[in-house]
Ligand binder design. Structure first.
Ligand SMILES: NC(=O)c1ccc[n+]([C@@H]2O[C@H](COP(=O)([O-])OP(=O)(O)OC[C@H]3O[C@@H](n4cnc5c(N)ncnc54)[C@H](OP(=O)(O)O)[C@@H]3O)[C@@H](O)[C@H]2O)c1
Length: 314
């Protein structure tokens, strides 16, 4: 088994620009740190700018030069905030191209159904809809890069949903099961990867833009702090015992974005026996019956376009 670590990362990324959502905590902080440390222009997109700055301060060493890291305001659950953020990026003349868009921000299994400012179920709004719109609005700068990468963050929790009828109630109006909704939002990450690839192929950009997805592995981060039910309780108990560190949990995304051997359409995750820990490698998607179903994928795509108004003209 190949042991891919940060030692495999290019030493100099100063000609690259990455946008990462959710760098104020957990895996996202490490992603921003590891990329900026090697000179990449990194834009950390966060709902809480101060928290994101403090999170980076906490993990950086005295000798690190992180001057190429910027933190900008983005509440990815709000479509207006997404539009404002994308406008800033588009108008910023210093941003010539986007080499990587890392859709990392996420929330998990909110105990009660909560609505976003736009009236969408909060997990779907954060994990799926905001990222969908954001990608469409940044695409014109993504295609200007040489071999850009778009990364959608999935999870082994995508194996929780079993019923395709959930795709008829994507706003969870008829029934709200916190883990099922989270699982659907993480199946959507695979649907998103595949829908994007289809569009790019149709538009003759298939060989140019790489779209990949990851499962970080079971990683000790604040993601579990508010999650619902017995699952939530169990995760909080085992968190300090055998979960991976955020540094380990960041490896699948770093590899997916930086390793030229990773093919377009890959799913990268920890290759350990349980799928919860280990070094990042190409793994099989969870729940292929639902994650690779073209009808469900199209339903998700149409729902996201309808609710966000995203336009995919290249
Ligand atoms: N940890 C795991 O075991 C695991 C396993 C599988 C998949 N994942 C996925 O990995 C990704 C990172 O998770 P993590 O474990 O690093 O969790 P985390 O420590 O809770 O980090 C989540 C990040 O998303 C941000 N975020 C949440 N809502 C947002 C919003 N509306 N606008 C902007 N940013 C928002 C958070 O910001 P705040 O600090 O403001 O809350 C935080 O920076 C998520 O997509 C998660 O689903 C994690």
């Amino acid at each position: 088994m190949e042991k891919w670590t940060t030692a495999e990362m290019p030493k100099d990324l100063s000609n690259k620009l990455y946008i990462i959502t959710g760098t104020s905590s957990g895996i996202g902080t490490v992603l921003a740190y590891e990329l900026a440390k090697r000179g990449a222009q990194v834009i950390g997109a966060n709902r809480n700018v101060e928290k994101a700055k403090k999170a980076i301060d906490k993990i950086q060493n005295e000798n690190d030069d992180l001057s190429s890291l910027r933190i900008l305001k983005l509440d990815v659950s709000s479509l207006n905030s997404v539009r404002e953020f994308a406008k800033k990026i588009q108008e910023d003349k210093s941003i010539k191209q986007i080499d990587g868009l890392l859709l990392n921000a996420g929330i998990m299994a909110l105990p009660e159904r909560k609505l976003s400012v736009d009236g969408f179920e909060m997990q779907m709004a954060t994990n799926v809809l905001g990222h969908h719109l954001l990608t469409s609005l940044l695409l014109s700068k993504i295609i200007l890069a040489n071999k850009p990468v778009i990364l959608s963050t999935s999870s082994s929790a995508s194996s929780v949903p079993k019923d395709p009828k959930l795709w008829d109630d994507l706003n969870a109006e008829k029934k709200y099961n916190p883990w099922e909704v989270y699982g659907v939002s993480k199946l959507a990450a695979i649907h998103f990867r595949d829908s994007l690839r289809e569009i790019f192929k149709k538009e003759g950009q298939g060989n140019k833009i790489k779209v990949v997805s990851t499962h970080p592995g079971l990683t000790a981060t604040p993601l579990f702090d508010d999650s619902a039910g017995v699952f939530g309780k169990v995760f909080r108990i085992v968190k300090g015992l055998f979960m991976m560190t955020p540094e380990q949990g960041a490896l699948p995304s770093l590899r997916a974005v930086l390793d030229p051997k990773i093919d377009d359409g890959s799913f990268i995750g920890p290759k350990g026996l349980t799928g919860f820990s280990g070094y990042p490698e190409q793994i099989k998607v969870y729940n292929p019956k639902l994650s690779l179903d073209p009808k469900l994928r199209d339903k998700m795509w149409n729902y996201c376009n309808k609710t966000t108004g995203a336009n995919w003209t290249l």
